[in-house]
Design a protein around this ligand. Structure first.
Ligand code: ADP
Ligand code: ASP
Ligand code: MG
Length: 406
């Protein structure tokens, strides 16, 4: 008897008809003699709808209140799914994050799971029930509801699979697996049969929405066999697993893009020790993640420009903070550009190949796409470009590195 954790995303449970179809799938796996834990997302569009309501009331919603609001979408789906499973003659019970003991830190709207006290899940399984867990949420030490960041239901599923040492964790979504680029932008993108944890981690953190980055981190750390597949058919999907020799031979595995970016530039910053620390301390105290940073060499008057990127949602807050810091420092001003996007190429094989970066820059140049910032690691190269050029950049990079279907 295997223990399988299955997570169904928003499109997979978008309406009651879809919920019934998923319930049927779940029951057939259970009837084969497996123990199944289901993790569900909010019905498609629900979380965005709640964000919209909050923004109609205030442009700076309190993050604690935001979490209680956003967590409600998943609760709705979990109860409906349990009913649909029961209707098929299979015992089932829904649970919120709190009820299955998902403990997180207190960073509201992007909380990290610290521990799962899964005794209620174990009891439900022992009683022959299919537990249905509301994804994306937990509680902090004050018993307040937290959420795990957009797309976080994937992380709920993998964390539960790790805590209960499940035999498999399956992420069901609206595409057949992980592709060489977003199949909605690149129609000839190829579905991969396998991808390494590290490449998937990079792709997720660089914008490939198909898996939540934290979910991949958990899977890697606890060796959870992770499969991404479609809830709309029986195709086998993509296995996310340890790196092997074959994977290393492929130079570029995928192209990703992320439009959720804002670039802030501080002009004429005095060039003296402690300046960068002052700027980035202020940002990190506000719990804002900084991604790329570029500092120019100082010019004749010992001043320099510093640019960095943050997620677009954090842009206004970061801008206000930097404005204050830069007034104290006596800079020449601050500028924010929210029309930027990040395009990246990812591949473990890049570590042992030269010239990949040059090829990337050259193809972007040939297509008249201006690069505003660059960052590299052993297995990825990212460029910030004008967001109107995103689709074009992704397509030409996908072509250049020969990633399309044969
Ligand atoms: P779910 O609601 O099931 O969690 P998401 O919308 O979060 O689904 O993620 C699935 C979407 O991710 C796909 O519809 C696809 O457009 C997008 N996507 C982006 N990059 C990739 C990629 N490299 N491979 C597959 N899907 C991708
Ligand atoms: N409903 C949440 C979101 O839309 C979490 C999830 O679907 O994973 O981001
Ligand atoms: Mg998702």
């Amino acid at each position: 008897m295997a223990l399988i954790v299955q997570k169904y995303g928003g499109t997979s449970v978008a309406n009651t008809e879809r919920i019934r179809a998923v319930a049927e799938r779940v029951v057939s796996i259970a009837k084969e003699g497996n123990q199944v834990i289901v993790v569900v997302s909010a019905m498609a569009g629900e979380t965005d709808k709640f964000v919209g309501f909050a923004n109609e009331i205030t442009d700076s919603p309190d993050e604690r209140e935001m979490d209680l609001l956003l967590s409600s979408g998943e609760r709705v789906t979990s109860a409906l799914m349990a009913m649909a499973i029961q209707k098929r003659g299979q015992k089932s019970m829904s649970f919120t994050g709190r009820q299955v003991g998902i403990m997180t830190d207190s960073s509201h709207t992007k909380a990290m799971i610290e521990e799962i006290e899964a005794s209620r899940l174990r009891t439900a399984l022992d009683e022959g029930k299919v537990p249905v867990v509301a994804g994306f949420q937990g509680i902090n030490e004050f018993q307040d509801v937290t959420t795990l960041g957009r797309g976080g239901s994937d992380t709920t599923a993998v964390a539960i699979a790790a805590a209960l040492k499940a035999d498999a964790c399956e992420i069901y979504t609206d595409v057949e697996g992980v592709y060489t680029a977003d199949p909605r932008i690149v129609p000839d993108a190829r579905k991969m049969d396998r991808i390494s944890y590290d490449e998937m981690l990079e792709m997720a953190s660089l914008g490939a929405k198909v898996l939540h980055g934290r979910a991949v981190e958990f899977a890697k750390k606890y060796d959870v066999p992770l499969v991404v597949r479609s809830s709309f058919n029986q195709a086998p999907g993509t296995l996310v697993t340890k790196e092997d020799g074959v994977m290393e031979k492929i130079v570029v595995t995928g192209v990703t893009h992320d439009k959720n970016q804002a670039r802030i530039t501080i002009m004429g910053v005095p060039d003296r020790p402690g300046i960068a620390a002052a700027i980035f301390n202020a940002i990190s105290e506000a719990n804002i993640n900084v991604d790329m940073i570029v500092q120019n060499i100082s010019n004749v008057d010992h001043a320099t420009d510093i640019s960095f990127t943050v997620s677009r949602a954090d842009g206004n807050r970061a801008y206000d903070i930097i404005q204050k810091v830069s007034n104290q420092m006596g800079t020449k001003g601050v500028d924010m550009n929210t029309n930027v996007a990040k395009v990246s190429i990812v591949g473990v094989g890049m570590q042992s190949h030269f010239g990949v970066a040059a090829e990337m820059f050259e193809v972007l140049a040939k297509n008249e796409i201006n690069i505003m910032m660059i960052s590299t690691s052993e297995i990825k190269i990212s460029c910030v470009v004008d967001d109107h050029e995103t689709e074009k950049a992704v397509k030409v990079l996908h072509d250049t590195f020969a990633l399309a279907k044969q």
